[in-house]
Design a binder for this molecule. Structure first.
Ligand code: NAD
Length: 503
């Protein structure tokens, strides 16, 4: 039996329970269908087959979940930190124990290749472990010296929060948001993406098994304009952690305005990778390829614009074409696969529409630019050359395995092109000139930049974007700042003089 056949057998084992009872919501510690009894169909991008039905939550379900989170909040907030830490560590252990099931379901649900999803599942466990270890320091204090008052600053959890996640690497991103929220002492209502609901269900089950008190972690499936909207508008919900498209981010900011929601928005990107002619070209080539063609290019931090110095452009692009043409497109559960299918028909239509747009705008399709197979949403890894930064393929987030190569003459022009975009999530710079790297990164408009490296996430560092790529930061203490309120308490140290009115 091939590895693929064996993996498909295992997958069927893992999917059996979803096929039988669908994907349920989780409210106040109970698995339940939508209040309306309605469901929606969830299908696989690999062969377009139906996987299962999913509970179609709406305003009523969100209300029940938000109330459950509000009821559970005081006890979770006041739970001794060490006890909370124990539960979060048990979730991490639970994820590790079910990592294969999570990875297989994620592959089938999203089309992502197993080689990446196996790692993403374990990264999810790391997210819980990391924030579990931070639980004891989340409630910090700062004593500012004063002759009359002892000033203490502390942090308290903000309250029940809403977490809204997208369909790309949904498991990893959900853990990335939910772990710090729980570690802070917040209770949670999670609304997963409608296109990839499986792993969120497994995750909430792991939490229950780890001893999560009822109502602390609720999960409601459903569509953005219905369940998602109700969550952003609910008055019991104090903050929304959102990951998704920039235009959705703008929409939910408006939706949350009436209830004055605190918002953390992690949005889209059109990230530049800038390769100067003094770079280590072999390593730069590996990184350029990895950062756009891994995870199907369905990755907010992908380097979708290659800015290549004119002096090395021809040789770099021809090596790129050779490598891109060899990337293996196939079944996500085949261990040899490097690119799986795109998430859904609509997204496939969007990504492939750029093949025509590129040609119409005068760019060259140097590699790919085609559909692969007749079923499933497979596309060939694609490279556009002869492009400039005004073209739509350089300005719009395509969110697929599609790279646009743009030449530049010198550092000043590279910087101008890199910053000439509405987005500002990540940037990647390849040069051996340290001073230039420092000068360039200082002026590059991006929330996260790597020099001579692909994107390597370090959990304590700030994660987030500028411009249309988002507002706010995650990671380490930045996450606690979002999920908590700063509080000041002043203690009089003696009978200092109080101004007397009406005396
Ligand atoms: P999306 O904005 O369409 O949907 C994201 C989530 O928002 C889904 O759960 C959806 O149901 C919900 N939603 C939609 N409309 C809503 C509304 N009116 N009110 C409340 N919720 C609503 O995004 P997507 O297509 O699922 O994900 C891809 C996008 O996510 C890309 O733009 C990508 O760059 C971005 N992304 C950003 C980061 C980051 O860290 N910056 C990470 C991953 C993905």
């Amino acid at each position: 039996m091939t590895d693929l056949n064996a993996n498909v057998d295992k997958l069927n084992g893992y999917l059996a329970r979803f096929r039988e009872s669908g994907v349920l919501n989780q409210i106040a510690g109970k698995a339940c269908g939508a209040d309306s009894g309605e469901t929606f169909a969830n299908s696989s991008p690999v062969d377009e087959s139906l996987i299962c039905q999913v509970a179609k939550g709406s305003k009523k379900d969100i209300d029940a979940a938000a109330r459950a989170a509000a009821d559970a909040f005081p006890a979770w907030r006041d739970m001794p930190a060490l006890q909370r830490k124990k539960i979060l560590l048990a979730i991490a252990d639970g994820i590790v124990a079910r990592a294969e099931e999570i990875a297989f379901c994620e592959c089938w649900d999203t089309g992502q290749a197993l080689r990446f999803m196996s790692k993403a599942a374990l990264r999810g466990a790391e997210n819980f472990r990391y924030f579990a270890d931070q639980v004891t320091s989340a409630r910090d204090g700062q004593n500012l010296a004063s002759p009359t008052l002892m000033n203490i600053t502390s942090r308290v959890p903000i309250g029940p929060v809403g977490v809204i996640t997208p369909w790309n690497t949904p498991f990893m991103l959900s853990t990335w948001k939910i772990a710090p929220a729980l570690a802070s002492g917040c209770t949670v209502v999670h609304k997963p993406a409608e296109l990839s609901p499986l792993s969120a269900r497994i995750l909430v089950e792991i939490a229950e098994e780890a001893g999560m008190p009822a109502g602390v972690w609720n999960m409601v499936n459903g569509f953005g304009e219905d369940a998602g909207r109700a969550l952003t508008e609910h008055e019991a919900i104090k903050a929304i952690a959102f990951v998704g498209e920039s235009r959705t981010g703008s929409l939910i900011s408006k939706q949350g305005a009436d209830t004055l929601k605190r918002m953390h928005l992690e949005l889209g990107g059109k990230n530049p990778v800038v390769v100067f002619d003094d770079a280590d070209i072999d390593r730069a080539l590996d990184a350029v390829i990895f950062m756009i063609y891994s995870i199907n290019g369905e990755r907010c931090t992908s380097s979708s614009r290659l800015l290549i110095q004119e002096s090395i452009r021809d040789s770099f692009e021809s090596r790129l074409v050779e490598r891109v043409n060899k990337i293996k497109v196939g079944h996500p559960l085949d261990p040899a696969t490097e690119i799986g299918p795109l998430i859904a028909q609509e997204h496939f239509d969007k990504v492939t529409s750029y093949f025509d747009i590129a040609s119409q705008d005068g760019a060259t399709i140097a590699a790919g630019g085609t559909r692969v197979g007749d079923t499933g949403f497979f596309v060939s890894p694609t490279l556009f050359t002869q492009a400039n930064n005004q073209m739509r393929i350089a300005q719009e987030e395509i969110f697929g395995p599609v790279l646009t190569s743009i030449p530049f003459k010198d550092e000043a022009e590279a910087l101008q092109i890199a910053n000439d975009t509405q987005y500002g999530l990540t940037g990647y710079v390849w040069t051996k000139d340290l001073t230039r790297a420092l000068r360039f990164t200082d002026k590059l408009e991006a929330g996260m930049i790597w020099v001579n490296s692909e994107n390597v996430r370090h959990l304590p560092t700030p994660f987030g974007g500028v411009k249309a790529s988002g507002i706010g930061r995650d990671g380490g203490d930045y996450s606690f700042d979002f999920y908590m309120e700063q509080k000041h308490v002043g203690f009089a140290l003696g009978d200092h003089k109080i101004p007397r009115l009406g005396a």
